[in-house]
Design a protein around this ligand. Structure first.
Ligand SMILES: [Zn+2]
Length: 330
């Protein structure tokens, strides 16, 4: 068995490329900003160049393949990004463009390596399935909590893609059809209650309404500097408003997930992404809400955890895509 594979995690802000061992350890990693304004040609060219570099850091003949995860609506069968709200606003035939770049560079180490491609939340779910849960687990849900809220589903040990690869969009489950407008065009999506920007926005509204909070002091009066990290710090120091916000966020997440628990009876729910760093502040109210609102037996069966891989879940999950059985490669 080949010892390494390459993972690529393409996000709206940063791209990470890493050489990863078969058991999910990072051997070398490069992180660089996503130059969205310069167009996809330049971005893909830079990715291929960095892939060459990380491959060079390990024994060349030992690389099993390259896996990539990207944010957005991915047409899995073709390896095409249909639309990516924070990156590409038109269709990008990502896999064929990348293959073309590899061919034109003529790097022998990359030519002929199988390529895997998937949505970033599916990749995170695959990473969590490989790294965060016991080997006996075959069914899990992964929720990536950041600016956006993504979801990936593992059923019977495989990524569940649905008919065309668009399954798992947990963030766009409607919590309130009369709620605020979402980036996807719909109203009251879960993302509008649980996404990082929305949490901060809601808190800001409360402070402007006159609620007292130590948050103002923590950002030296510059409320525009508030992030979910500020809210975490405030909550840990006992701030009432910050604690209320996390409780509320965990509850919104729990309500959406209670429906999913009823539908799919997963063994694990794994939270990942920047907002998941809030740990128990979000996990406890989420667990409580699932217990209250999901079917008693399904709620008892599910265990809710935070991924231990932190920011590396995407890149490790992408590299481990080579371990999927019967997966489509290009
Ligand atoms: Zn939405």
């Amino acid at each position: 068995m080949k010892k390494y594979s390459v993972g690529i995690d393409i996000g709206g802000t940063n791209i990470a490329v890493a050489l990863v061992t078969a058991d999910g350890k990072i051997k070398s990693k490069i992180k660089f900003p996503t130059k969205i304004n310069r167009g996809e040609e330049i971005i893909i060219d830079e990715i291929v160049w960095k892939v060459s570099r990380v491959v060079r850091s390990g024994p060349v003949k030992s690389v099993a393949g390259i896996g990539r995860g990207a944010a957005g609506f991915i047409y899995y069968e073709e390896g095409t990004i249909k639309f990516s709200p924070n990156m590409f606003h038109r269709e990008v035939p990502f896999v064929s463009m990348m293959n073309e770049k590899i061919r034109s560079r003529g790097d022998k180490r990359l030519l002929g390596l199988p390529l895997y491609f998937d949505n970033d939340a599916n990749v995170a779910a695959w990473g969590a399935y490989q790294m965060d849960v016991p080997k006996t687990v075959e069914n899990l849900i992964c929720v990536t909590l950041g600016t956006g809220v993504g979801g990936g589903i593992i059923i019977d040990g495989k990524i569940y893609h649905g008919a065309d690869g668009y399954a798992g969009e947990i963030g766009h489950i409607i919590l309130n059809p009369d709620g605020p407008k979402c980036n996807c065009g719909n109203y009251g999506c879960m993302e509008k209650y649980v996404g990082a920007g929305s949490i901060v926005e809601r808190t800001l509204r409360e402070i402007k309404r006159g609620r007292r909070s130590m948050i103002e002091k923590l950002v030296n009066g510059r409320l525009e500097d508030m992030t979910t990290k500020t809210l975490y710090d405030a909550a840990k120091r006992g701030d009432e408003l910050a604690n209320e916000m996390w409780k509320n966020t965990g509850r919104c997440l729990g309500i959406s997930l209670a429906g999913i628990v009823n539908l799919l009876n997963p063994e694990f729910i794994v939270l990942a992404g920047g907002v998941a760093k809030a740990g128990d502040l979000i996990l406890s109210p989420m667990r409580r809400t699932i217990k209250e609102h999901a079917n008693t037996y399904a709620a008892k069966a599910v265990r809710c955890i935070i991924s231990k891989l932190g920011d590396n879940l995407g890149v490790v999950g992408a590299a481990l895509l080579v371990r999927q059985k019967d997966a489509k490669s290009f």
